[in-house]
Design a protein around this ligand. Structure first.
Ligand code: 4AD
Ligand code: MG
Length: 484
């Protein structure tokens, strides 16, 4: 087994041993008699300090050791002489794998703006901030699989290329091999997709839910965890054109079961990150405090990052119906003082200013909003028949709203009655024949079932305290940008 810096820093058993560390140079400090090299191999936020006494390594080799270069350093691991680290490497031999010309390498040891780092997204994982974010991202992804595996869910892979529009919103990227300059045409002049690769129109999936429902009605409890794509022209800090979604789907779960699962699941993965990413989260907390220092008080986060995470773990999510939420908004100061940009009335699709008021100002904790008007939700949601609302029909929908983020989860109990589902599809203009395979689940052995989708990057935003979704995915895709 090859060890990494993380291992050397953690286990004192390595002290006194001769080891070789392969890593990138973060900084080099030189005095007459000794050079200090801060080494980082990505395994941890923490650097290992290598100490090179004068004369041990040839001058012309040592000259090549600059910020960003990659080296192998061999020597004895000793208890540190200085403060700030527990062990250090007393170098006896040094090999340079790859140099990094200081005049050309952009990541010199100074503060870089997140905007600048976004332009060099291929190098930014070498910074403390981004290596921390991507280690947290990994840990959350692992926790997702662990949670579901430990709770009897099966990992299910819905297709990436599909002929259906799961959300019925039509914001899809087309997949085609036809020549855009000279596509085959039908007699009426429209493109003939019968000639296309799949002999039909296809697109990148916007959600794995519908195929997930098929699986839940066979395997009981499943989850997907994969990329999803939306061609919506949203240039915000919360939207990506390519994002990762986690979609559990469960037979025999009603809306309450669904809410219970969502809350337990989200808390589990956050707790897992808190317990396993201590160094990285402490660093990100410091980063955020630093960033917010120059902001006016009312734009700063109400709590430091770790306290915020602990607060979410310690408190029950508030469960509120859409109708109650509208009441709260109608009674609110910003509504009465006409400070909301968008009007509030029963039936509106809540805007992010409304969601943020509810979560950050009124309830001051995560909120699960349920029972939205049927008219503003997807066709597959089950109509509520027990809690009749005089304002109009509602569905057993649930959105989980988080402070600073807004919607992090969307889900529902599904309409499991064939006739009702078909009627609803016709109402919203979906041809039932086009989704016959989906309707078979309702035709044969239909069952009550529920599910939800968690936006992975929105979860990472919350846990890392970052402000822009483009900074929590390695290579963000958004309107007018698909660099790298
Ligand atoms: O609310 P949405 O659109 O729900 C669905 O797609 C359902 N089929 C899920 C289900 O019930 N299985 O999306 C779910 C979540 C949102 O709450 C949000 O966190 C995230 O996906 N999301 C996005 N994240 C980043 N960029 C975008 N453009 C997103 N759109 C949705
Ligand atoms: Mg939604």
């Amino acid at each position: 087994m090859k060890y990494q810096i993380k291992d050397y820093l953690r286990h004192h058993g390595f002290v006194g041993q001769t080891i070789t560390v392969q890593a990138w140079v973060r900084t080099k400090r030189e005095s007459k008699s000794v050079s200090f090299i801060a080494l980082n191999d990505g395994s941890t936020l923490n650097n290992l300090q290598a100490v090179v006494d004068a004369g041990v390594v040839a001058e012309d080799i040592l000259k090549l050791v600059t910020t960003g270069s990659c080296i192998a350093a061999t020597g004895e691991l000793i208890e540190s002489q200085g403060t700030g680290q527990s062990v250090e490497l007393k170098v006896t031999a040094l090999e340079v794998y790859g140099t990094a010309d200081p005049d050309a390498y952009p990541l010199q040891p100074k503060r870089h703006s997140l905007e600048f780092l976004r332009e060099i997204a291929h190098l930014r994982p070498r910074t403390n901030t981004f290596s921390a974010i991507f280690r947290v991202r990994h840990t959350l992804g692992y926790a997702v699989h662990k949670y579901f595996n430990d709770n009897g869910f099966f990992y299910w892979n819905s297709p990436i290329i599909t002929g259906s529009d799961a959300e019925g919103a039509g914001e899809m990227f087309r997949v085609t091999t036809l020549d855009p300059k000279n596509p085959p045409l039908k007699e009426d002049g429209s493109v003939d997709y019968k000639e296309d690769f799949f002999a039909r129109e296809t697109n990148l999936t916007v959600s794995g839910q519908l195929e997930g429902e098929l699986a839940a009605l066979a395997l009981g409890k499943i989850y997907t965890f994969g990329p999803t794509f939306r061609a919506e022209n949203s240039n915000t800090t919360r939207h990506l054109a390519e994002f990762w979604m986690i979609e559990p789907e469960m037979a025999f779960f009603d809306l309450i079961d669904n809410m219970d699962l969502a809350e337990d699941f989200v808390k589990y993965v956050i707790r897992y990150a808190v317990e396993n990413c201590g160094d990285d989260l402490a660093f990100l907390e410091k980063r955020l405090l630093e960033e917010e220092k120059n902001k006016p008080q009312n734009e700063r986060s109400p709590m430091p990052l770790l306290e915020k995470l602990q607060f979410v773990l310690d408190n029950d999510f508030e469960r509120v119906t859409y109708t109650q939420a509208i009441e709260v908004l109608l009674q609110s100061k910003p509504h009465k003082e006409k400070k909301f940009q968008y009007p509030v009335e029963w039936g509106i699709d809540l805007q992010s200013e409304h969601e943020r008021y509810l979560v950050e100002k009124h309830f001051k904790k995560p909120v699960i909003l349920t029972h939205y008007p049927r008219a503003i939700k997807a066709f597959y949601m089950k109509e509520e028949t027990e809690q009749v609302n005089e304002k109009g029909p509602t569905v057993r929908a649930m959105d989980v709203l988080f402070p600073g983020i807004g919607e992090i989860i969307g889900g529902s109990q599904r309409e499991d009655n064939l006739d009702k589902l078909v009627a609803r599809m016709k109402e919203v203009g979906i041809e039932p024949e086009s989704m016959d395979w989906f309707l078979d689940t309702r035709r044969f052995g239909s069952a009550p079932h529920s599910g939800f989708g968690l936006g992975f990057e929105r979860l990472i935003l919350f846990v890392t305290g970052m402000g822009n979704i483009r900074d929590v995915i390695p290579f963000p895709r958004f309107p007018k940008s698909a660099e790298f």
